[in-house]
Design a protein around this ligand. Structure first.
Ligand code: DGL
Length: 273
């Protein structure tokens, strides 16, 4: 196969990476992709970096064996725990991109002399990946309020994105409005969180910009594929969805995000070399 027409591999612990896959589909309609949701092992955010790294390498190996030309680590927890080792192992075999660097580039270009909020899983916040990268943007003069919001992922995986009776108290607990009043933007440091945009808009009365990695990642991926002469010339891309455990919630969220039903194929991480 012409390498440019090979698929893009995308993985996450579950359905959060669908937000990234959807942005990639919108920005790059000629590209095919293979999505893996590691639903048997989610959430990643409360696991150790070692275990997240092990799962991430198994997923990357499967995507490499499926002939992908690029891998998108569509999970902040995996990006913060495993991206350095994934890049070291795979960068000479295919293009490999994380979800944190494109957001940092976006912040560098658009936010100066202000405060920003950051929410993510315990792993992402504990890793300090965003905090350190933002700290290095010295001339932007940014203050960062970082908060781990671990209960949000299971709520989203359970499909409760519109359950205001559950989300209202949770958001009040994690994100008291007075503490975040000085923030111009809130970094959604977990690919699940864009699915909570309506609830977050409501919580902050629309007063804070929600900084979502999906669009930033799709834009950066498009530029990198173009630079490497790897843009597909197929009339239209196709998509394949794999999960490591079948869940109704994944199936219905994939349908909601892509507005069409998709067949889900079960896959075991043990198939990785
Ligand atoms: N969507 C993921 C992230 O961006 C993982 C959430 C989880 O599995 O805890 O961090």
């Amino acid at each position: 196969m012409n390498q440019a027409n090979a698929p893009i591999g995308i993985f996450d612990s579950g359905l959060g990476g669908l937000t990234v896959a959807h942005a990639i589909r919108e920005a790059l309609p000629h590209e095919s992709f293979i999505y893996i949701g590691d639903t048997a092992h989610l959430p990643y955010g409360d696991k150790s970096p070692e275990v997240i790294t092990q799962y991430s390498h198994q997923l990357a190996e499967i995507l490499l064996c499926k002939g992908c030309k690029a891998i998108v680590v569509a999970c902040n927890s995996a990006s913060s725990a495993a991206f350095a080792s994934l890049r070291a192992k795979y960068h000479d075999k295919l293009l490999i991109v994380d979800v944190i660097s494109p957001v940092i580039a976006h912040i560098k270009a658009h936010y100066h002399n202000t405060a920003l909020g950051l929410i993510g899983t315990s792993q992402t916040i504990r890793s300090g990946a965003y905090q350190e990268a933002i700290h290095r943007l010295t001339s932007n003069n940014l203050e960062l309020i970082a908060r781990a919001t671990p209960v949000l992922t299971p709520v989203i995986e359970d499909g409760l994105v519109d359950a205001n009776d559950i989300l209202g108290p949770l958001l009040n607990h994690y994100l008291p409005k007075d503490e975040f009043a000085s923030c111009r933007g809130l970094i959604l440091g977990c690919t699940h969180y864009p699915l909570l945009k309506p609830a977050l808009e409501k919580h902050f009365d629309g007063d804070i910009a929600l900084i979502d990695s999906a669009g930033c990642v799709a834009k950066s991926l498009k530029a990198k594929l173009a630079e490497l002469n790897l843009l597909s010339d197929k009339p239209v891309g196709n998509s394949e969805f794999y999960v490591t455990d079948y869940t109704e919630q994944f199936a219905s969220m994939a349908q909601k995000v892509f507005q069409e039903a998709h067949q889900l194929t079960l896959l075991s991480l043990d198939t990785a070399a």
